[in-house]
Design a protein around this ligand. Structure first.
Ligand code: TK8
Length: 338
């Protein structure tokens, strides 16, 4: 009997040691990065994830392998982020918005009408403020390497053209799971319903909600035009993506491999921002072709929407921290005057 237990112990130890080697990537063993996103492979984010894979595999001579998973195959943004925290997935690139339950400071990027130009967002995200928020991630089991771009969000719905602030009234709109957006859409008189992105198409199709808001590239890639009649170019908020790595995985990497992965995430991110801007511009034509009715929002109406939402900004100035929100507006101002 003793003998049998002895052998069981030996086998168990071997299994444990092998498992440990597999994840720490000891000499000869490939390091495998499972990387999941919520969007499709044809979306700029999907293409840039493929670029990340190419860079990493090339620079590591195949020693580090990236396995990409698209279209929320591994779950929605929040679920994948939790998988990173649990150490069962290595990389995800979610919108910052659903992460406010983990790092509330990400909420500053949910404030509407902050960035007039994408370059202002680049400057803030790649600058001191962007880094300050990334620095809050490790205590939550996450490492944030850089920001990619989701982009300016525009409203679609199945009920009516939204041209004026009043047109939001009574519309049931799916929002991301972030309080700032809930409050902002309520202030405009609509009924916001937060839900994960992976459920949006079905909710639009079944009429559970009337509308949703996302960048044009996503409206095309996810074929929301099939179940939505009106697109309003509201550009009401700019959403960043954040490139996240599981901290337990990160801590097992050598400093050289960490550097390689960080540089690849930044390089693929530059490509993603560029491609995203190009695709968003082209998407308007594609959406016209698909027959969705498109309307602009005049600068005066945008200004009115901004005024209506102002109390929400004031509320979150206190909630998120006066210093943080002031820093945001100061950095935007600096970028604007550059
Ligand atoms: C994709 C999401 C999505 C976001 C949303 O995983 O939830 O509406 O804009 O693109 O990050």
């Amino acid at each position: 009997m003793k003998r049998v237990w002895g052998s069981v112990c030996v086998v168990l130890c071997l299994v444990l040691v092998t498992a440990a080697c597999g994840t720490s990537g000891s000499a000869g063993e490939a390091i495998v990065i499972k990387a999941g996103i919520g969007l499709n492979e044809d979306h700029p984010q999907g293409q840039a994830l493929n670029r990340f894979k190419e860079i990493v595999e090339e620079k590591s001579g195949g020693r580090i392998q990236v396995r990409p998973y698209f279209s929320a195959q591994l779950g929605d943004d929040l679920k994948m982020t939790e998988a990173l925290q649990a150490g069962v997935q290595e990389v995800t690139i979610p919108s910052t918005s659903p992460l406010v339950g983990i790092v509330p400071e990400f909420g500053i990027f949910d404030l509407p009408f902050v960035f007039d130009e994408e370059e202002e967002a680049d400057a803030v995200l790649d600058g001191a403020l962007g880094q300050k928020i990334l620095d809050k991630l490790p205590e939550h089991g996450l490492v944030g390497l850089t920001y990619w771009e989701n982009g300016y969000r525009n409203l679609t719905n199945s009920r009516r053209p939204v041209k004026r602030a009043e047109d939001f009234r009574g519309l049931k709109i799916r929002t991301m799971q972030t309080d700032v957006h809930l409050d902002a859409f309520k202030a405009l008189g609509s009924n916001p319903t937060p839900m994960p992105f992976s459920e949006v198409f079905t909710a639009l199709e079944s009429g559970t909600v009337d509308g949703q808001e996302n960048p044009l590239a996503t409206i095309v890639s996810n074929k929301f035009y099939e179940v939505q009649d009106y697109l309003s170019l509201t550009k009401h908020v700019y959403t960043p993506f954040v490139f996240l790595v599981s901290k337990s995985f990160w801590d097992r990497l050598s400093p050289e491999d960490q550097q390689l992965i960080r540089e690849a995430a930044i390089e693929a991110g530059k490509y993603e921002r560029e491609l995203n801007r190009k695709v968003n511009a082209e998407s308007l034509e594609e959406l016209k072709k698909q027959g969705i009715k498109i309307n602009e929002v005049s600068p005066e109406e945008r200004e009115r929407m901004k005024q209506i939402i102002q109390p929400v900004i004031e509320k979150y100035r206190k909630k998120l921290g006066e210093d943080l929100v002031s820093q945001l507006f100061e950095e935007v101002e600096k970028a604007r005057n550059r």
